[in-house]
Write a protein that binds this ligand. Structure first.
Ligand SMILES: Cc1cc2nc3c(=O)[nH]c(=O)nc-3n(C[C@H](O)[C@H](O)[C@H](O)COP(=O)(O)O)c2cc1C
Length: 334
């Protein structure tokens, strides 16, 4: 039963007809095919970083295997459930000079005709051209209006505005300021991230002017996420006050769980900073310690109070979204 309807005809085909205006954000280490497939089957765009697929020396590229697995599984689902088809999936490319796998990964994604490409840490014309060559669209991750303009100038189709409070490499700007500045000149696909963990927050993102909410941290506390049990539990038990912002672990400012920093023997309230030159996404050497022992999360996790499966989490967001929409709409009648 459709209980809300939306004119999404202005959006690229890959982003139309979703169950909710929601895209699951790519999470380093955590987003694996099981999670992506569950997200897409639940009717929202699922995603993973290409760098999560790491094969051993001399082995067949795991990215190729994962893309085959995801595509085949979603095709099977669509044939069995023509009335509720899966949403498309997205692959995240870290476009940074230290990502030595980038060219190979682009070639694999073109071959698999990946429908949605999410690019981070650098906008490059060649990457956008590669995506377009196979019919894909590119959504580029930005933290301010200047980077947003550069990304569109270089050929990205849409933007992911990463505002304050987001997990991973968060921005510092208020979501209201960031969306407003971008919407002054850009009417294409705009996703907003930063602590969106409830249906009401998703509605707020739409009201602010974004087409979609981009949700990351809550998925860490799902059964399908590739995270240690202690990490999932820490997400359930923590809130916004337990998040600290630091550049120490990757060279770029990011948000992390304080208890994981304490557990690693550091003082979360007295961390030195690091400079961007220490960033390294090279194959097999991307300082895994930063994400394996020092756990990332955004400020929205106060809303996550149970470990659940992805389908149930998306169903909860949907019912909250509808309730929040109806309640606000009631203020405008008459
Ligand atoms: C543990 C963790 C790992 C992340 N890894 C990536 C990544 O590999 N690539 C990327 O573009 N963004 C990454 N992000 C950022 C998310 O894609 C997204 O922007 C963010 O989680 C949204 O904010 P939220 O967590 O408050 O929902 C990561 C975030 C977290 C929490």
């Amino acid at each position: 039963m459709t209980v809300w309807s939306r004119d999404d005809s202005h959006l690229p085909a890959a982003l139309r007809g979703l169950r909710l205006p929601m895209v699951a954000a790519p999470l380093f280490i955590i987003s694996v095919p099981e999670l992506v497939i569950a997200q897409c089957k639940a009717g929202i765009v699922g995603s993973f970083p290409a760098l999560n697929a790491r094969e051993g020396e001399g082995e067949h590229p795991l990215l190729d295997t994962w893309l085959t697995q995801i595509t085949e599984e979603l095709d099977r689902h669509n044939q069995a459930n023509p009335d509720r088809p899966a949403a498309p999936f997205a692959v995240n490319q870290i476009v940074h000079r230290s990502n030595v796998r980038l060219d190979r990964d682009l070639e694999i994604c073109v071959r698999h005709k990946v429908p949605i490409w999410i690019t981070s840490l650098g906008a490059r014309v060649e990457v956008n051209e590669a995506a377009h060559s196979c019919g894909g669209i590119v959504l580029h991750d930005i933290i301010n209006n200047t980077f947003a303009k550069k990304a569109i100038d270089k050929g990205a189709d849409g933007l992911v505005a990463v505002a304050a409070g987001a997990g991973g490499h968060a921005g510092a700007q208020s979501p209201f300021a960031l969306v407003r500045e971008i919407r002054q000149w850009f009417d294409g696909p705009l996703l907003l991230s930063g602590a969106i963990a409830t249906g009401a927050a998703l509605l707020a993102a739409r009201a602010a002017g974004a087409d979609f909410g981009y949700v990351g941290s809550p998925f860490i506390a799902t059964h399908e996420a590739n995270a240690q049990p202690g990490y999932k539990q820490m997400i359930v038990e923590s809130g916004a006050e337990d998040i600290v912002t630091s550049s120490l672990f990757t060279g770029v400012s990011g948000n992390y769980l304080k208890p994981s920093i304490t557990a690693a023997g550091l003082d979360p309230d007295d961390l030195p900073s690091a400079d961007a030159s220490s960033m390294n996404f090279g194959s097999g050497s991307s300082k895994p310690k930063a994400w394996k022992e020092i756990w990332g999360a955004g400020q929205g996790i106060g809303a996550v109070d149970e470990l659940t499966d992805t389908a149930s989490f998306v169903a909860r967001i949907e019912s909250e979204y509808l309730a929040a929409g109806r309640s606000l709409a009631a203020e405008f009648t008459g």
